[in-house]
Write a protein that binds this ligand. Structure first.
Ligand code: ZN
Ligand code: ZN
Length: 319
């Protein structure tokens, strides 16, 4: 696939790639799609060469040895500068990048630098290994550089590709989920939205919600209507949009956030979203539970089983 100008990605025959000194030719078997690739194709990140072949999550076989290898974003670095000598070659001023400054993996073959191809362990198949060549490397590098010790936790933020990201939130966090997936449905693959507020124009009329008017405001006030309507998730479902797979969870006896929010949002999305069977909009209603405070352990286990089953099935996690 060759990119000549923004949005012009097309299949073309190109010259057979030839390896120079310290280079290898790799026969490509899989190449993931990263957000950076989309930015290059759309011109957000201007291509650094003409007739560029994008793609930097490459798995293939070396033509010379037959070894299965991965090729990542960093194509090469100078090897001599302060950054290269301190293990930070990603900051090297002379660095070249696969699928941006040199041709990448949306091709039958590509040329990579000998020292920048990685053997791929047998336990990963080609498709599972490809995304690890970008987000996997970033995560592993962060883990190594963090100096984390046994028993400590490491948080990685703003990381990974949208096809592998899930978000989860409940109550006010459920409202945050609704705002996130209605404003940017492209950023997530799966959403768990628990006991949420979603219709912010009418929330104050149900259960105890009028107590929250000082916090959220009320749409009955013309000035406040404007900013509440601007983010109210229920009012921003766009027909024909592809949304992430969503699991709404609510409970019949929720006396804090009325179940109506989850019920009508699920109904609206089920009729309006362009999602196929592979991205279901699910509604789980617990008939003998409330908002969630003080839930017995058996119910917490039931909830967790459904949440993790949903997320694993949607994100392709194998256990
Ligand atoms: Zn990437
Ligand atoms: Zn350097």
């Amino acid at each position: 696939m060759v990119l000549d100008r923004p949005w012009s990605l097309e299949a073309h025959d190109v010259h057979e790639p030839v390896a120079g000194p310290d280079e290898v030719v790799v026969e490509v078997s899989a190449c993931g799609i990263c957000r950076t690739d989309l930015q290059i194709v759309s011109g957000d990140l201007p291509a650094r060469k003409s007739r560029l072949v994008p793609g930097h999550q490459v798995v293939g076989r070396r033509v010379d040895t037959g070894e299965r290898v991965g090729v990542a974003w960093l194509h090469s670095a100078c090897g001599h500068c302060e950054y290269c000598l301190s293990g930070r070659e990603n900051l090297c001023e002379l660095a070249a990048f696969t699928g941006w400054t040199v041709d990448g993996g949306y091709a039958e073959r590509l040329v990579a630098r000998q020292g920048f191809v990685f053997p791929i362990p047998d336990r990963f198949d080609d498709l599972d290994a490809a995304p690890l060549l970008c987000a996997g490397i970033i995560g592993y590098r962060s883990l190594r550089l963090s100096g984390i010790r046994e028993g400590q936790r490491l948080g990685l933020f703003g990381f990974g590709s949208s096809a592998h990201l899930a978000i989860q939130g409940g109550s006010n966090g459920g409202l945050l989920m609704g705002a996130a997936f209605t404003q940017r449905p492209d950023l997530f693959r799966a959403v768990v939205c628990q006991v949420p507020l979603l219709d912010m124009l009418r929330y104050q009329h149900f259960q105890i919600a009028k107590l929250w008017i000082p916090e959220y405001g009320t749409a009955d006030d013309a000035a406040q209507f404007k900013f509440i309507h601007a983010y109210s998730p229920y009012h921003h479902v766009k027909p024909g949009t592809l949304y992430p797979a969503i699991l709404f969870m609510t409970a019949e006896s929720d006396t804090r956030v009325d179940p109506l929010h989850a019920l009508k949002m699920a109904a609206l999305l089920q009729t309006q979203a362009s999602n196929g069977d592979d991205r279901p909009i699910l509604l789980r209603v617990d008939s003998k539970a409330g908002h969630g405070v003080g839930k017995p352990i058996t119910k917490l286990v039931d909830d967790a089983v459904d949440v993790w089953s949903f997320l694993f099935s949607q994100l392709g996690v194998k256990i």
